[in-house]
Design a protein around this ligand. Structure first.
Ligand code: ADP
Ligand code: MG
Length: 379
């Protein structure tokens, strides 16, 4: 969708703000440019809508060289969101949103309908909000209007320069969450600038780390956390990179589903035979696969009659496969549990999350060939 090929910007004073940046951004992708102040994020972004002209290199949108396009037309087809200052203070919210649709000569009915639609999309009441002026809104509401205005003519591309930068941390997180939901439905191609790594990790499909006008690393949030390209990126990511990784990985991806289980109505000798493989505990399920609890080997009297049903222990901790590993770990700490059953909405056992699964994904590679954990029927 957007290609930057060896793009540089040398300002009139001879300063190289952007130095041979190459990037391929796919349609529907959310790419975050990150780096310290002055590293060239804004300059890179402004070259995409030609608010700044590149000194050398090429920028293509859908294969077309943008330097050959009409810059005014180009800008009308690219949504642009910046910190608060973006709104015209003397115009109502409706008028602010209507700017580009009017330039595009939409009918007034069409514009009115679009304003209504966008305000609803942003979770604002159209009737009360449309007639207000920017200074009558909160910072978070103003920022939502900034996004609504950029989306007005439904452009395929959005450029967003620290759009949530001026907000307090709570409104900021709230807007990030809403923005992610919105993006899941509108699927714009987005270039998003921030200097906040947490924001980048949360929002990005891909993160581009810039330093002194150059691309230092370009990778998925997980890859950046797991394998920072150098000390600079490592410092930028911060010391809590392991915990950050846990918040990005879903339980579904990390669970082990090849565990051995017991049936609640299984005979004691059959259960003992399974335990004999070296396990200390196993989950017990009914014949429909619904988890009933767990059984500790040490509880079982092998001479007893009947099924292992009598030895099933409850309660036990469960988690949905769509939760993050961070939530799984929190639960394990809260319940002092070494493992948690992963279950679907019906209680069907899908897998197990253990401290071992966490370690396998985010831990440093082991020196030992393989660490054997045989606690919970996980091979
Ligand atoms: N018009 C200009 N003339 C000279 N230097 C500029 C100009 N605009 C920006 N710069 C410099 O280019 C560098 C990158 O700026 P910018 O892209 O705004 O950084 P960022 O958005 O990453 O904070 C900064 O050092 C800035 O001072
Ligand atoms: Mg900037």
């Amino acid at each position: 969708m957007i290609s930057l090929r060896g793009v540089s910007k040398i300002f009139d004073n001879g300063f190289t703000a952007v130095d041979k940046v190459s990037l391929e951004i796919k349609a529907g992708e959310l790419v975050v440019l990150i780096g310290s102040s002055g590293c060239g994020k804004t300059t890179t972004m402004k070259m995409i809508n030609r608010l700044i002209e590149p000194s050398s290199g090429q920028i293509l949108i859908k294969g077309e060289d943008i330097l050959k396009a009409d810059p005014i037309e180009l800008r009308r087809n690219i949504g642009y969101v910046i910190q608060e200052i973006g709104l015209f203070p003397h115009m109502t919210i409706a008028e602010n949103i209507a700017v580009v649709p009017q330039l595009k000569k939409w009918s007034s009915d069409q514009i009115k309908k679009r304003i209504q639609e966008l305000l609803e999309l942003m979770g604002l009441d159209p009737d009360t909000t449309a007639r207000k002026y920017p200074n009558e809104l909160s910072g978070g509401q103003r920022q939502r209007i900034g996004v609504a205005r950029a989306l007005a003519v439904d452009p395929p591309i959005m450029l967003m320069d620290e759009p949530f930068g001026a907000l307090d941390p709570i409104s900021r997180e709230q807007l990030q969450d809403e923005f992610l939901k919105l993006q899941a439905t509108v699927k714009k191609t987005i270039v998003f600038v921030t200097h906040d790594m947490d924001e980048a990790i949360k929002l990005a499909d891909r993160i581009v780390v810039l330093h002194e006008g150059r691309v230092i690393q370009c990778a998925s949030p997980r890859e950046i956390l797991r394998n920072p390209a150098n000390e600079f990126v490592r410092d930028f990511v911060g010391a809590d990179h392991t915990l950050k990784q846990l918040s990005l990985i879903k339980v579904r991806e990390a669970m082990q589903s090849d565990m051995i289980t017991l049936y609640a109505d299984e005979s004691i000798p059959a259960a003992m035979a399974k335990f004999a493989q070296g396990y200390r505990s196993m989950f017990a399920i009914n014949r429909q696969g619904i988890v009933k609890g767990y059984v500790n080997k040490s509880d079982i009297n092998p001479l007893q009659d009947g099924s292992i049903n009598q030895y099933i222990r409850t309660p036990f901790s469960t988690i949905s496969p769509d939760k993050s590993l961070k939530e799984a770990l929190t639960l394990m700490i809260q319940r002092d549990a070494g493992y948690i059953a992963v279950v679907d909405d019906h209680g069907t056992l899908l897998g197990v999350i253990s401290t071992n699964s966490l370690h396998r994904l985010v831990g440093e590679p082991y020196l030992e060939a393989e660490r054997e954990v045989r606690e919970i029927g996980i091979l």
